[in-house]
Design a protein around this ligand. Structure first.
Ligand code: FEO
Length: 396
């Protein structure tokens, strides 16, 4: 990959990480890899917006060197201090010890903790600007999108928004723009990114989208710090964020279960048949065989979720716990929900699931559907009816 000019005088100088398969420790599966996007603005003053994950420092410097002498950087804007964007910061500072550094107050504090050193960091807030010659860099604080320090940089002369994590996707590709990749894959990855990183902060996302509207920013390109750049239809990703932040899903049911001797699996499939009878889109996952981040994404985009488990030791099967924890942690609230499962001599799993879903802010559509041992034909028919009734209730 070479540096790519995304606007006259503005260059992508980031790195593609083809092989990363887990992000944020083991919490986010990244089967399609990711990118760490940094941007170089060549004006009277030369400005670097963000850097890259530390192991890719040489890639960043090589890309900058394709355009200018890497020791000629005047300004470094740190939109976000997380290490996937700031890892190469010390190396860039070593090359440019007199560079002006700009970050939010939280950014300045955090940068000092990440990289103890005598950095001269200027703090900026929403409304502050930096003139680089023919351009004005306009800063917009964006706390919790994705960390307290995060901010966006907007360049009105280029109609270019650099929002760091927001609007990102974990998608490694040798293409840089939205119109060069498969649209469905792009939006699937954008949704997965939103569900697993930004959904807990949806109220703040909604407010930030409103603020962008109120500021009447004239945006024709959104260049995030992961994945590809939206140049053809930035409204599409803005609209998707509005929809995801609203918490209102599509008429769809996600069924996720774990089973011991196939009885809970039979219930799950009977529920899906009911969902199908109602003409509603349904997805089903055996949790231990599925990717939890993908299940979480589908739950975010759905209006109902059914979680099932056999009972063991008066509780859920262990593989169900991580999904329930994700639902709570990611604040996947406001869906119609059902707990179900098969039990032997004593129950417990259905109660645990129901309690956890309620705690997550789901609306239990039923007290919980539990059967003893192997479900009879009548019990399977009742599950099918239950699936039909709940699915019918979420139709427009
Ligand atoms: Fe891509 Fe919050 O770092």
């Amino acid at each position: 990959m070479s540096a790519v000019e995304i606007k006259p005088g503005v260059y992508w100088v980031g790195a593609v990480d083809w092989n990363v398969r887990q992000f944020h420790g083991p919490s986010f599966s990244t089967p399609r890899g990711t990118t760490y996007n940094a941007y170089l603005i060549v004006d009277d003053d030369i400005t670097l917006v963000d850097t890259v994950h530390e192991p890719f420092t040489h890639v960043l410097i090589d890309h900058i060197a394709e355009i200018i002498d890497p020791t000629r950087i005047t300004n470094i804007v740190v939109n976000h201090i997380e290490l996937d964007h700031s890892g190469a910061f010390p190396a860039i500072m070593n090359l440019n010890p007199d560079a002006n550094v700009f970050a939010t107050k939280n950014g300045k504090d955090g940068l000092g903790k990440h990289f103890p050193g005598d950095w001269d960091i200027q703090t900026v807030k929403t409304g502050d600007t930096l003139i680089t010659g023919s351009r004005t860099l306009q800063f917009i604080e964006a706390p919790m999108l994705h960390w307290p320090d995060s901010m966006f940089t907007f360049i009105p002369e280029d109609k270019l928004l650099l929002p760091n994590d927001a609007f990102g996707q974990h998608l490694a590709t040798n293409k840089r723009f939205d119109d060069e990749v498969d649209r469905r894959i792009l939006m699937d990855e954008a949704a997965k990114y939103y569900a697993n990183i930004l959904n807990p902060f949806s109220k703040l996302v909604a407010r930030k989208l409103q603020e962008i509207q109120d500021l009447q920013l004239d945006i024709d390109m959104i260049a995030p710090s992961h994945g590809v750049i939206f140049r053809t239809d930035p409204e599409a990703i803005l609209g998707a964020y509005e929809r995801w932040a609203s918490g209102v899903g599509q008429p769809k049911v996600v069924i996720a279960f774990e089973t011991m001797w196939n009885s809970t699996s039979k219930l799950a499939h009977a529920l899906l048949e009911g969902v199908t009878d109602a003409g509603v889109d349904g997805a089903i996952h055996q949790i231990s065989r599925s990717d939890i981040n993908t299940i979480a994404t589908q739950i975010m985009e759905a209006r109902a979720v059914f979680i099932g488990s056999s009972t063991i030791n008066n509780d859920i099967l262990p593989s169900v716990a991580p999904l329930l924890d994700e639902i709570v942690g990611l604040k996947l609230a406001g869906k119609q929900a059902l707990a179900f499962g098969s039990q032997g001599w004593a129950g417990g799993a259905v109660r645990t699931i129901g309690d956890k879903l309620e705690k997550a802010g789901m609306q239990l559509a039923h007290e919980g559907y539990s059967v003893k041992w192997v479900p009879t034909d009548e019990e399977l028919a009742a599950a099918r009816t239950l699936g039909y009734e709940i699915a019918s209730s979420i139709l427009d």
